[in-house]
Design a protein around this ligand. Structure first.
Ligand SMILES: NC(=O)c1ccc[n+]([C@@H]2O[C@H](COP(=O)([O-])OP(=O)(O)OC[C@H]3O[C@@H](n4cnc5c(N)ncnc54)[C@H](OP(=O)(O)O)[C@@H]3O)[C@@H](O)[C@H]2O)c1
Length: 339
């Protein structure tokens, strides 16, 4: 695709702001508008909302005005989906890239998925979900699998101290700071991992393996002391870490695993080691290990989440209408990022 593409950014939270920064000066993408969810952001300059100099683009909550800009793509990075908005965007013919991985899968229920797919088909538009995990890290695992002549198990691990990603709403929704015996804790963490079940499905299709069952297990770690992280406080004895596995099981063998160790801070029991990145492991012939890590010690999670979507925009605009996943697109690269 050689022509420039008009993009509307939908919200400027952590990932949305990183997406704006990733689009400024891009040789193919033109940021033309921005939706604001918070009333106090309406009327403000998008550059300022994203921590940049003013860009001359004003954030608005007027959906019709944004669609009148005839964007090629909407970069949809709200905290939770608004299905009325999504249907209107797709019906208008605008494609959607989103960090809400569940939107490409079954996580919001069949009715929601149907309404999104039908709107996309009516508008001749595509919706694509990615991010870092789920999203890009499992694609690295699939790329590595091409060197194998036998795969017994393929796994991806995200292992992070998340205290640098200031998102109280998201972490509380996962169960952080609940008491370890709170019955909501296992439900919340499993619910927040729904997108990994969709990711296992994409990986299974990519690898040509039938997964009979998806199993979920998680353990909790309790804070050794009360800590104020600036954006939220975790009380002593409350949940400060999760370690878990979402396993795609073929027969009785877990063949694809999405693993995670999420810790807020370091002072907790048990004190699982944190590898600060993403580790792909393939047991087979050959055994393979790939690690994605920052030489600086940690990634900016907003950037690594936003860019797999931003970098996919040209491919998503060229994709067939409907809900598309990572296997429907050419391999997403950092195209045009060498400048
Ligand atoms: N796949 C991955 O790797 C990955 C990683 C991290 C996050 N995510 C997902 O990406 C999305 C954005 O994450 P984020 O950390 O950027 O989120 P965020 O900063 O918490 O929220 C993004 C924006 O959503 C709007 N918002 C706030 N509360 C809302 C609510 N209750 N309902 C609807 N919208 C609301 C706000 O928009 P305004 O800015 O306009 O006020 C906010 O700035 C989330 O769905 C998250 O689960 C995916």
């Amino acid at each position: 695709m050689s022509r420039r593409l008009k993009v509307v950014q939908w919200t400027t939270g952590k990932t949305g702001s990183a997406a704006v920064r990733g689009m400024v000066g891009h040789p193919v993408l033109d940021l033309v508008g921005c939706y604001a969810y918070s009333p106090e952001k309406v009327g403000r300059d998008v550059g300022e909302l994203a921590g940049l100099a003013p860009l001359g683009i004003t954030a608005t909550d007027d959906v019709d005005a944004l669609l009148a800009l005839e964007p090629d793509c909407v970069c949809y990075m709200a905290y939770r989906p608004n299905f009325d908005h999504l249907v209107r965007i797709l019906e208008s013919g605008a494609n959607v890239v989103t960090t809400m991985y569940m939107l490409s899968g079954s996580g919001y229920g069949q009715e929601a998925t149907r309404s999104v797919r039908e709107a996309a088909l009516r508008g001749g538009a595509s919706l694509y979900s990615s991010g870092i995990y789920p999203g890009h890290a499992p694609m690295v695992a699939l790329a590595a699998s091409a060197m194998c002549q036998r795969i017994d198990q393929i796994s991806v691990l995200e292992s992070l101290d998340i205290s640098g990603y200031a998102n109280e709403q998201m972490f509380r929704a996962q169960g952080f700071d609940l008491e370890p015996d709170d019955p909501r804790a296992p439900q919340l963490v499993e619910g927040s991992c729904g997108s990994f079940k969709d990711q296992i499905g994409v990986m299974a299709r990519a690898l040509g393996v039938r997964v009979d069952e998806i199993r979920f297990t998680a353990e909790f770690a309790a804070a050794n002391r009360t800590t104020d992280f600036g954006f939220m406080t975790v009380q002593k004895g409350h949940i400060a870490g999760f370690k878990g596995v979402i396993a795609g099981v073929a027969g009785d063998r877990p063949v694809i695993e999405c693993r995670f160790v999420w810790k807020i801070g370091e002072d907790m029991t048990p004190d699982w080691p944190v590898t600060r990145g993403y580790v792909v492991e393939i047991e087979g012939d050959p055994n393979v290990r790939v690690k994605l890590e920052s030489p600086d010690g940690h990634f900016d999670g907003a950037v690594t989440t936003a860019m797999p979507c931003v970098n996919a925009i040209p491919a998503v605009c060229a994709a067939p209408p409907g809900i598309v996943n990572q296997m429907d697109l050419p391999f997403v690269r950092g195209a045009h990022q060498i400048r």
